[in-house]
Design a protein around this ligand. Structure first.
Ligand code: PEP
Length: 251
């Protein structure tokens, strides 16, 4: 019922030539892969246009790594939903832990971005996850529930059903080589599904894809994706290598 979504977050990596080469190579591997999975790529802002051109006519979803909560005006350095749509972007990540930790995105700012992105019709990948000390204190579930309830406050069921994905990314697993076990990840994904059910009802919660992120690589992707509530993966480091990302896509 839920088509797996394999998403690559290129973060602030690559240059124009290597971003284009990576997009071309993934486009070629998608052309020969089955159509039963979706692929999403989130290049850095300056390369969105070049990658959009390469991906035109393919099923690969082009995403931004972040979006402004404002429409236009004196917001130096920000990029609006309208600008993303104008570039051919149909999706965006929101609330990535690096934005929360480094760029000051609070739960409330994440909420404003989620609402703006969904209102614009962008497929919105809302990232949530606890830091290591919160997990050690047994607070992982309450932290994730708080992030979800603030971010999704006021979101309509039809928006969630059609345009929302959630990425559970335990912060201690991002870029560290440590991965949650598939059993631990499944447990949190089940909690997230229950949260979505209580907020939007069973039909919607059954449709929203919940991705896992945190040191996903070809060797662990298959086991993670086999878990009942893991509907895809959000990949950082391993998405920068066409061979690794293609292997995760087919895992
Ligand atoms: C990420 O940044 O979303 C991520 C999961 O990174 P990595 O795969 O490198 O841990």
């Amino acid at each position: 019922m839920r088509r797996p979504l394999i998403a690559g977050n290129w973060k602030m990596n690559l240059d124009r030539a290597s971003a284009s080469a990576l997009a071309r190579s993934l486009k070629n591997s998608m052309a020969t892969a089955g159509a039963e999975r979706d692929m999403l790529l989130a290049p850095p802002y300056p390369y969105l246009a070049a990658v959009a051109e390469i991906l035109e006519g393919t099923r690969i979803i082009l995403a931004a790594q972040d979006v402004s909560p404002f429409d236009s005006g004196a917001y130096t350095g920000q990029v609006s939903t309208g600008m993303l749509l104008d570039l051919g972007c149909t999706a965006t990540l929101v609330g990535h832990s690096e934005r929360r930790a480094i760029s000051g995105d609070t739960d409330e700012i994440v909420h404003d971005k989620v609402v703006k992105a969904l209102d614009a019709g962008l497929h919105t990948v809302l990232c949530v996850g606890e830091v290591e000390s919160e997990r050690e204190r047994g607070e992982a579930e309450s932290v994730v529930r708080r992030q979800l309830s603030v971010a999704l406050d006021g979101v309509r069921a039809d928006q969630a059903s059609l345009k929302l994905s959630v990425a559970y990314e335990p912060v201690w697993a991002i870029g560290t080589g440590k991965t949650a076990t598939s059993a631990d990840a499944q447990e949190m994904h089940h909690e997230i599904r229950e949260f979505l059910e209580s907020s939007f009802g069973g039909d919607v919660s059954a449709r929203v894809r919940i991705l896992y992120g945190g040191s996903v690589k070809p060797s662990n992707a298959g086991e993670l994706l086999a878990a009942e509530d893991i509907d895809g993966v959000l990949v950082g480091g391993a998405s920068l290598d066409a061979e690794s990302f293609s292997a995760i896509y087919s895992a």
